[in-house]
Design a binder for this molecule. Sequence first.
Ligand code: BG6
Length: 512
Amino acid sequence: MAVAAAAQALPNPLTEGLERLPVPPTTLSIFGATGDLARRKLLPALYNLAHEGALPQRFNLIGIARKEMSDEEFRGFAREAITSFSRRRPDPQVLEELLGRLRYVGFGFGDQDGYPKLKAAIEALDADAGMLLNRVHYLSTAPGYFGTIMESLKAADMNWHADVDVRVIVEKPFGSDLASARELQAVVSAAFREQQVFRIDHYLGKETVQNVLAFRFANFLFEPVWNRNYIDHVQITAAEDLGIGSRAGYYDASGALRDLVQNHMLQLLTLLCMEPPTSFDADKVRDEKVKVLDAIRPLRPDEVARNTVRGQYLAGAIGGEDVPGYLEEDGVPADSGTETYAALRLEVNNWRWAGVPIFLRTGKRLARKVTEIAVQLKPVPHMAFQDDGAVGVRPNQLVLTVQPNEGVSISMGAKVPGTRMSIRPVNMEFLYGTTFMSQSPEAYERLITDAMRGDATLFTRNDEVDAQWSIIDPILSAWHASEAPPEPYEAGSEGPPEADALLGAGRSWRTL
Ligand code: BG6
């Protein structure tokens, strides 16, 4: 007991001085409030925050969309969304209390007369509260509207307030290549200061993604091997069994590289490879992440074919059900060359990582949904075991599973009980589900409260976005210029066989 108490009393250098600030009184305006993201993610996240008492006492939500709708109709929409998609069954009292805080203002995002109406609605809520509330504008619209909304907020004098904080949350994608991201950034910086801007990458809100930092920087055990002397290679996988659903319009113009690699996967890479920040201050963390991205040398056009693979799914079967191929999906042009699978080999050229290949792969309609980071160590330098003994010895693998079966596992060689020295890989595992016995919050719950609180640690800074696109742009251009179609792979498979060659001799992808 004494030991435990003493341990508790020790200051924790990671969290010291970082007590979570309370969420200040806020009016949140969601542009695109009747869209899919609001329905499936944002409204249910707000309900769960309300359920946990994590919303400020003074909190209002204004939904904005083109459709004419009364407050009551919007509440009906939100009630249905929350009931269908909340991770917990809604408590009627909490739900009705939250719905009571909802308002709706209908206008097209390009309609300049709409913004003064929104401003009046926000000010009316201040008047009801008898105080000024912070303003957070959430842009959950098609990306084509981001610039228009920012400019219009500025024109209506809604981008800044002398007495309260005004923030803007921008959904992804932030641009569709380096040039368009820079154009959008120019509009953003004309209307808002960087500290006001919260660019979403919902992977950063996932508990298990944040655990990459905890795992690396709250443990001493792994640091000595976390470098090119001990690590052979890294595999980052974001596989999905789902197809593109009803998103053909968006997806066909995007493809796997823009949809998942440019943002989520590069974020996973930076968290895995960054140096320890001196503190968990938003800018200190993001400075370290940018250094990693800057250390990835963009591929030259002649290197792209050797270091990347793109694929497109054919018809197949998943979970015993037949599914169509990408070209047969509703809304996809019959001759589309869009990739639904991408695999890349990158290198982080700094002292810690030089020479360690980092492989990324993502795809739709693969064998199963799994997101994980696998770090494979080098083989032991000398195999003392003879014959049988040496057969089962495999390099250690450390796997951080982001989803599902969230956890961390470490593989190691162990002696099989018996009179002979035979060795087999065994796993040491930590699973969130059984260790903490609680359901993790959805990423959006964490991100919405962080943005309301003004903590930008889990949001992408402008220079990060720029650096991400600088890595992706040359690949996009080379793929675009190439006559070759994407490699076909069967739905429900491990992806195109061509991806195996990317790894090089003696390495193989982890089975999905
Ligand atoms: C989104 C992509 O950003 O992430 C989707 O646009 C993808 O295509 C999704 O399905 C995956 O997110 P998650 O949280 O389900 O892994």
